[in-house]
Ligand binder design. Structure first.
Ligand code: NAP
Length: 293
């Protein structure tokens, strides 16, 4: 029950009205019996500083930060974790004992969560896309001790930047998506991760499209694990195609839940957070809004 003692956690971004975080976080907060609620607050660029400073003063216990502010909040935080600094992206804030924002990033742990039971040490991987999520994925693959990463992108400048950023930590190569070498690498890859938005439900005119087109995938073999960061539709066109080829497939829902679990644990100073409660709440909600989910 919301009472006069109830405090809150908020998601700050623009837009925020499609976010699933309130669904899963409120389910967990209720299950844990915490006197907290989670709300989404849209915020304009020019108001970001004012909003973050004001939230410190009105009983807000923590924040999630989403697009387009994951980099912009750096200047508004007094403590920043090494992982957030490395990724140049913040997704979670909490108030420290001096009532200042302490920041971290939980996306890497979210990405790794579904791979925890898979031995990928010294294995070969491919990452599709070179945007924000690709950075968390690459850091996750480094943490999991893979031997090589090939990043495939259509964007030469962000591709070059990402290779430069991680080049001293792992054997990492960049290829444009129309490069002929991709075929051999796809055939040999133990894990391929799609971080492009191709296949998302919102791209209505491109139903059943695969990242970089169907011919890009012609050498995919059944030994490859295919991980798509997209979770709606389930399965995505890529995961449907890969399952038909006999591949093990992983969608983005577990990552979404796992980063949320880590954020809630950060806000509550290490409380054990129920993954299944958040996961079930999301699945139930997605089914309610789309019976085909
Ligand atoms: P982003 O920073 O915009 O990066 C997207 C990447 O995909 C860029 O390299 C972009 O290239 C490329 N791309 C976009 N449209 C493309 C197209 N039509 N053909 C080829 N390449 C294309 O976005 P992000 O934050 O990394 O997110 C990417 C995806 O991951 C989204 O679908 C997001 O929902 C999903 N995601 C899921 C989770 C989860 O928890 N499951 C977490 C984070 C992200 P350009 O630079 O050339 O546009």
């Amino acid at each position: 029950m919301i009472t006069s003692k109830t405090s809150f956690i908020a998601l700050i971004g623009n837009p925020v009205n499609h976010s699933l975080s309130p669904i899963m976080q409120n389910a967990a907060l209720e299950y844990l019996g915490l006197d907290l609620i989670y709300i989404a607050i849209p915020c304009k660029d020019e108001d970001l500083k004012l909003v973050l400073n004001s939230l410190k003063k009105i009983n807000c216990k923590g924040l999630n930060i989403t697009i387009p502010y994951k980099e912009k909040v750096f200047d508004l935080c007094s403590e920043i974790s090494p992982i957030a600094k490395k990724l140049k992206a913040i997704n979670t804030l909490k108030l420290n004992s001096e009532q200042k924002w302490s920041a971290t990033n939980t996306d890497v742990e979210g990405f790794i969560y579904p791979l925890k039971t898979v031995n990928l040490t010294k294995k070969q991987s491919m990452v599709l896309g070179s945007g924000g999520a690709a950075r968390s994925v690459i850091q996750g693959l480094i943490n999991l001790n893979l031997s090589t990463i090939t990043v495939v992108s259509r964007n030469k400048s962000s591709l070059d930047a990402i290779i430069k950023n991680f080049g001293n930590q792992i054997e990492i190569h960049g290829l444009l998506n129309n490069d002929n070498q991709t075929q051999n690498l796809i055939e040999e890859a133990d894990l391929i991760v799609n971080t492009t938005p191709i296949g998302m439900k919102t791209i209505t005119n491109e139903a059943n499209v695969l990242p970089y087109g169907e011919t890009f995938w012609r050498s995919l073999s059944s030994k490859t694990i295919v991980y798509d960061l997209i979770y709606n539709p389930a399965p995505t066109p890529l995961l449907k195609f890969s399952a038909k080829k006999g591949c093990i497939t992983i969608d983005g829902l577990q990552m979404l839940v796992a980063q949320g679990v880590k954020s809630l644990s950060f806000w509550t100073n290490g409380l054990e957070v129920p993954f299944h409660i958040m996961n079930d709440a999301l699945k139930k909600y997605l089914k309610k809004i789309d019976p085909n989910f």
